[in-house]
Every structure is written in structure tokens, then in C-alpha cells.
Write a protein that binds this ligand. Structure first.
Ligand code: 5GP
Length: 183
């Protein structure tokens, strides 16, 4: 089963996923991107960092389950690692944006989906500023996009507000336990 997790930049998806990954039946799908790596990011762990030419070649080859352009860079989910992990009986976690998720929802791929929302836009701004990865212009872009994503989140199976991390993790675990047992 695929587990889609979306939510605005800075909402805490990475932290939620790190908690879920403590369960051995979950594995994280490493996306491909043309975005340059951040200082703490490693190729093959956080993303497969590709050139635009490489990325376009993989689109041509039909290698992506879904792909999107986000903030001027391309991001996509490669099919083959997902098939390998599913064959091992693991649930694959995809951290993808709302547009990418809509592509998966419209396909015949079975999935469960979680949208992680911030308690408020003010809190999201505070968290993004605290993360310090964006210059002011990019920060405003991410906040505008966040608003749009929140408005389009009603196609997800569940929306969890990340007010208190422990509570959000607990809610996500309970939801997944329930859905993955009955799926
Ligand atoms: P970031 O640059 O902060 O790592 O990610 C920016 C956005 O791209 C986030 O909303 C993230 O969920 C999305 N993203 C990351 N990987 C993928 C992917 O494989 N497919 C799609 N559609 N979006 C992705």
C-alpha cells in the first residue's frame, strides 16, 4: 500500500515521517528532484538529485509514478523502488505535493492519504522562519502555496493539524493502523 503524506513546507512532514519510519513495515520513497541539495542533504537519502536533462530523460522513459514542478524545480516519484518495496511487503511512504497526490488519486494505484496542516498561517510562518532555509522572497512563495494546498486538501482521507507533534503522530499512527489492517 502507498501512504501519501502532503502538507505545506515547514508543517512538520519530515518529523512525522521520521516517527512513522520507526515501524519496520514502513519505508520512505526517495523522490528525484532537480532542486540543488541543501547543506544537510545527501544524494540518495533525502532525494536523488538529478540534472534537468536526466529528469527529462526519466520522464521520457516512463519511470515516474507522478512528477510535478514545484517552486521552479522538478520533483517526481520513481516507480521501480516502490514496486521492489511492495514486493517485500512494505508500505511505501510518499512525501509529495498536492498536485502530485492528485495524479496518484486519479490513477488506479491504491493508496491512503494524510494531509498535515499547520494550526495557523502565522504559526507556519514562524516555523519556516525558524528553519532558516528560505530567503524572504522564497518564504513568501512557500506561504502562498501553503494556503493553496490547504484549500485543496479535501481529497485526502484524513487531515491532521500539527499543533502538538506527539498528538499528530499518534493520530497518524492510529489512522494508518486502522486503514492498513482493513485495506
Ligand atoms: P522541498 O524542496 O522543501 O524538499 O519540497 C518542496 C515540495 O515538493 C514539498 O511540498 C514536497 O512535498 C514536494 N515534493 C517532494 N518530493 C516530491 C515528489 O516526488 N513529487 C511531488 N509531486 N512533490 C514532491
Amino acid at each position: 500500500m502507498l501512504v501519501i503524506i502532503s502538507g505545506p513546507s515547514g508543517v512538520g512532514k519530515g518529523t512525522l515521517i521520521r516517527h512513522l519510519m520507526k515501524h519496520p513495515h514502513f519505508v520512505y520513497s526517495v523522490s528525484a528532484t532537480t532542486r540543488p541539495p541543501r547543506p544537510d542533504e545527501e544524494d540518495g537519502t533525502h532525494y536523488h538529485f538529478l540534472s534537468t536533462e536526466e529528469f527529462l530523460g526519466r520522464i521520457e522513459a516512463g519511470d515516474f509514478l507522478e512528477y510535478e514542478e514545484v517552486f521552479g524545480h522538478r520533483y517526481g516519484t520513481l516507480r521501480s523502488p516502490i514496486l521492489q518495496e511492495e514486493a517485500r511487503g512494505r508500505h511505501v511512504i510518499l512525501e509529495i505535493d498536492v498536485q502530485g497526490a492528485e495524479q496518484v488519486f486519479s490513477s488506479d494505484q491504491e493508496c491512503v492519504s494524510i494531509f498535515l496542516a499547520p494550526p495557523s498561517m502565522e504559526e507556519l510562518r514562524r516555523r519556516l522562519e525558524g528553519r532558516g532555509t528560505e530567503d524572504p522572497q522564497r518564504l513568501e512563495l512557500r506561504l502562498a502555496r501553503a494556503q493553496d494546498e490547504i484549500e485543496r486538501s479535501d481529497r485526502y482521507d484524513i487531515r491532521i493539524v500539527n499543533d502538538d507533534l506527539a498528538a499528530a503522530v499518534e493520530q497518524a499512527e492510529a489512522f494508518l493502523q486502522n486503514r492498513l489492517q482493513t485495506a
